[in-house]
Structure formats: structure tokens, C-alpha cells
Design a protein around this ligand. Structure first.
Ligand code: PRP
Length: 181
């Protein structure tokens, strides 16, 4: 791919990702078997993961999406989280599973956990493909994590730099010259 030239190194191949998603799917299938959860994908980064994850879950469920933005086009979280599009479902008394591509500072998750708990959900849990624990500021953890990443600028499989690279089938580290100019 032409975008490959912008990548310094690959952290997880598409096979690594597939294995991690299948593992999460099996665990979630067990945990949500009779719960008919509302699985909420957090746009835009979680979209590819969400689509693969729900197909790895063998149980009744509903899907919905919420669009929040914390980074804008910057590489660092600003701390401010804006809801751009809310879910359409009523989650009162429902089991909610939030699906993230990455938990970085944790600020987005903190805000979303607050929001969904306030809506009377029976339970609110989080499944994140990636975790970057070194960067955590907010005191939150995902209940289900696929893979842990070092403190580097990662793109691919949903993760972007200036809205690009989300369609890479793998997860890699961007060459510094790409984001430093
Ligand atoms: C990214 C990512 C998470 C959040 C994690 O979203 O998808 O939602 O940042 O960062 P945090 O733990 O520091 O809050 P972003 O706002 O960049 O939007 P996107 O999903 O459209 O890329």
C-alpha cells in the first residue's frame, strides 16, 4: 500500500488483530449470553473494530453509535470531550457495552461512563481493542482489552492521523517526519 511508506514499524499485523478480536468475541459471548446488550461503537476510530467484534459475538445484541471528539486534528488529547452525535437507543435498564479503539488518557471514557451511568443503564462496561496505560490521566480502565500499546503515535485499523490511515489493515507507528512537519 502507498500508505505503508509513512509507517515506521508495524506493531500488530491483521492476523494479530484478528486473533485478539476473536478472543474478545468469545469472552463477550459468554458474558453477554442472556443479556441482549446495546453495543455502542464510539465513532469514528472504533468503527472497523466494532464491525469485526460484533460478528465475533454469538449472542443477541443491538448496535448503536455515538460520535465524540476529544482530539480534533491534534495528536494530543485536549481534555475537552464533545458529543457530536448521540445514540438513538433508550438504554434504561439495558446492559451497555461501549466499544473503543484505544484508551489513551482515559478522558473520553471517563466522560462516557458518566453519561451512560446517568441514563439508568443496568450495567456499563467497556471493550477497547488497544490500551495505552502509560498515558493514563483519568482513573478509568476498560473491562475488556485486546492489546496493549507503548506510548507511540499509532495509526491503522480505525486509528487516524488527520483523518488518514484508518483503513490500514494493521496497526503501526507513524514515522515522526509525517506528524512533525
Ligand atoms: C480517540 C479514540 C478514543 C479517544 C481516546 O478519539 O478513538 O475515543 O481518542 O483518547 P483519550 O483516552 O485520551 O480520551 P478521537 O477524539 O481522536 O476521535 P476519532 O475516534 O474520530 O479518531
Amino acid at each position: 500500500m502507498r500508505m505503508d511508506n509513512d509507517i515506521e514499524k508495524i506493531l500488530f499485523t491483521s492476523e494479530d488483530i484478528k486473533t485478539a478480536v476473536q478472543k474478545l468475541g468469545q469472552k463477550l459471548t459468554k458474558d453477554y449470553q442472556d443479556k441482549n446488550p446495546v453495543v455502542v461503537g464510539i465513532l469514528r476510530g472504533a468503527a472497523p473494530f466494532m464491525i469485526d467484534l460484533v460478528r465475533a459475538m454469538d449472542c443477541y445484541l443491538e448496535i448503536d453509535f455515538i460520535d465524540v471528539s476529544s482530539y480534533g486534528d491534534a495528536t494530543e488529547s485536549s481534555g475537552a470531550v464533545t458529543i457530536l452525535k448521540d445514540i438513538d437507543s433508550d438504554v434504561t435498564g439495558r446492559h451497555v457495552l461501549l466499544v473503543e479503539d484505544i484508551v489513551d488518557t482515559g478522558r473520553t471514557l471517563e466522560k462516557l461512563l458518566e453519561l451512560f451511568s446517568g441514563r439508568g443503564a443496568a450495567s456499563v462496561k467497556v471493550c477497547s481493542l488497544l490500551d495505552k496505560p502509560e498515558r493514563r490521566i483519568a482513573n478509568v480502565t476498560a473491562d475488556y482489552v485486546g492489546l496493549s500499546v507503548p506510548n507511540e503515535f499509532v495509526v491503522g485499523y480505525g486509528l487516524d492521523f488527520r483523518q488518514q490511515y484508518r483503513n490500514l489493515p494493521y496497526i503501526g507507528v507513524l514515522k515522526p517526519e509525517i506528524y512533525q512537519d
